[in-house]
Structures are given as structure tokens and as C-alpha cells.
Design a protein around this ligand. Sequence first.
Ligand SMILES: NC(=O)c1ccc[n+]([C@@H]2O[C@H](COP(=O)([O-])OP(=O)(O)OC[C@H]3O[C@@H](n4cnc5c(N)ncnc54)[C@H](OP(=O)(O)O)[C@@H]3O)[C@@H](O)[C@H]2O)c1
Length: 341
Amino acid sequence: MRTYRFDALTGLDDLHQHEEPVAEPQRGEILLRIQAVSLNYRDIAMPLGRYPSPAKPGLIPTSDAAAEVMEVGEGVTQFRPGDRVIGAFHPRWFGGERPRSFAADSYGSAQDGWLSEYKVVSQEAVVPLPDGLSWEEGSTLPCAAATAWCALAGGTPIRAGQTVLTLGTGGVSIFAVQLAKAVGARVIATTSSADKAERLVALGADEVLNYRELPDWGDAVRELTGGRGVERIVEVGGSSTIGQSLKAVAVDGEVVLVGFLGSEPANIDYFDIQGTYARLRSISVGDRGNLVEAVRAIGESGIRPVIDAVYPFEDAAAAFQHLASGEHVGKVVVRIAAGGS
Ligand SMILES: NC(=O)c1ccc[n+]([C@@H]2O[C@H](COP(=O)([O-])OP(=O)(O)OC[C@H]3O[C@@H](n4cnc5c(N)ncnc54)[C@H](OP(=O)(O)O)[C@@H]3O)[C@@H](O)[C@H]2O)c1
């Protein structure tokens, strides 16, 4: 089978194709033919030296895939050949406390990921993909959709009439816009260009602010809410944006710490936290139950994942370059097998 590996982690050019044997499923395992893989910021952050956790070179990258079950090992009861599945971002976090293996299980940074024609995993490491979603759409769900769902439905779940602030137009943020609108929330979004602002409005964002033209967007968000601030912020910018986010949060609101897209030092006014009683909740995608709920919410609400570009397996390197360009809106996908839906 063909796979890709980041043979080193010194840049995106370290991604190379390899020919490797297909593994046999053992007891409780399933052999998957991978149909589509989607990329997340972490997949470029590792080779670009921007990933805040340890990452091993030499691994197959990516955490998110949709696949067809080809063979099942002894004792597999949950799936049979032909079933459509997606991988869980955390393959052994089934609920409750994070497992001790949390870091060691991490695809692409500690163990092989999914950018490959076939993969053997435990039957517990995947969840069913609903029929109404294509392979490409399914591949976008394990990290970005699950994270957006955890940000909005975790903690105190957001409700109709509340206001959610999203930052930028990447994978997590676009799902956050769609899911927030699906539950009747108002969405204020930031972005870097007029074109992307139009896309956000088309997806349902109620107000869009250009953070390049308006560096003090935190105060502008507060003005848009009559001085109240927003109940929930899906904070993907990290140290570069947290100071402004804290200007925008409502009394008793919640800032969900998700990302690290920016690298400028955090400029935080302590009293923006203490004075608003805001809660900060740091998340890592979510457990298996969170993914199952996110998939159900997307399937039942009719949300279509926003896919910016689909690259063939042979051009996977171009998909990584495209994500790194920051020109995308939503998700970047690599299609692996021929045929399918
Ligand atoms: N903790 C978790 O559970 C978790 C899960 C998933 C992702 N993450 C993290 O969350 C972040 C987003 O991930 P992703 O995969 O959605 O990223 P992505 O698709 O690569 O998003 C990139 C987009 O974000 C915007 N952006 C870039 N730099 C920014 C900055 N300094 N401030 C504000 N916006 C900026 C840009 O959109 P505009 O041009 O529209 O501004 C850019 O196109 C990453 O740091 C990722 O590692 C964390």
C-alpha cells in the first residue's frame, strides 16, 4: 500500500510517499480502506515547528479520515465489511477522565496517522459515518467538527438567543458558525478579508469584523452586543487574540481555549477576567461521546461540512501547502481511493 510519512520535521517538504505492507487485523481489530483524509492546522504545525507538544518524526501524518471496513478480526461485533466509519481523534478516550495513553495515542505526533491507503485499528477507535455524508464530508468531522461541538455544547451548552464569537475561517471556526446557527444563536465572526467575510455571511454569520482593519475588535464586539459582550468565544487564535477575546466576553460568559494560530505574546488585562467572572475552559477535541453527538447534530440538522479543496492522493503535498497558505475557508481534504460516493 502507498502511505505518506514526514521523514523529518523540518518543513512541509519532508513529506514523502512510501510503499509498505498492509497489516492483518488481530482480535478486536478492523482493516480499513481509507477513502478520504482531512487536514487540520496541527498537521502543518508539526513540520513547521509550531506545535506546542512533542512530535516524533517519521510518522504517517493526519488524525482524521473516513474509511470503509474491509475485513474484521476475531471477536469484532460492532462492524462488518462494507460499513462506513470515521476515526475518533482520541482513539481510547471513551468518556470520563482522559486515559493515561492520551499523549501516546495521538495520531501524527506519537503514533501513525491516516494518510495511507489502508489502516488497522481497534473496532473501538471508529464511529459509524451516516449515509447522508460523503467520504470527503465524513473525513472533516473527527477533529474540527468534534472540537466546535465540544466548544459550544460542552461547559454550559449555548442556547438560542445567546451570542457566539468565532475567529477566522478555518475548519473549527466554520463548524462553530454552522453549529451555533443550528441552535439559534447569534454569531459574530472575525476574519482577515472582505471575500472571506462574504463567505461567513452566506454561512449564517450575523455580523463580521475584519481584524486587520479593526485591531481593537474586542471592543467592537462588545458594542455590537449593546455593551453586554458575548456568551461564548471559540478561541482559536491563542496568545495573539486572547487579549481581545477577553474584552469581548460577557459577564459569566465562557472563553473556550482551543487554538494557537497566532504567536504574538498574550496581552491580557487581568481585570477583564476577574471583572466579568468569565470562565476559561481549555479543551482537546473531546471524547468519543462528544464525536458521536457532533456527528448526530450535523447529520440531523442538515449541516454540510464546508470543503475548500479536495486533492488526489498523489498531490497530498499540495494539500498541506494550501492549508499553510491560510487561503482556505473550512476544510482541505485528500481523496485516497478511486470510486466511492
Ligand atoms: N484544542 C483543541 O481541541 C483543538 C482542536 C482543533 C484545532 N485546534 C487548534 O485550533 C486552531 C484552529 O485549527 P484549524 O484546523 O481550524 O485551523 P485552520 O483551518 O488552519 O485555520 C486557519 C484560519 O484561521 C485564521 N487565522 C490564522 N491566523 C490567525 C490569527 N492569528 N488570529 C485569528 N485568526 C487566524 C485564518 O482565517 P481568516 O483569514 O479568516 O482570519 C486562517 O485561514 C489551531 O491552532 C489548531 O491547532 C485545537
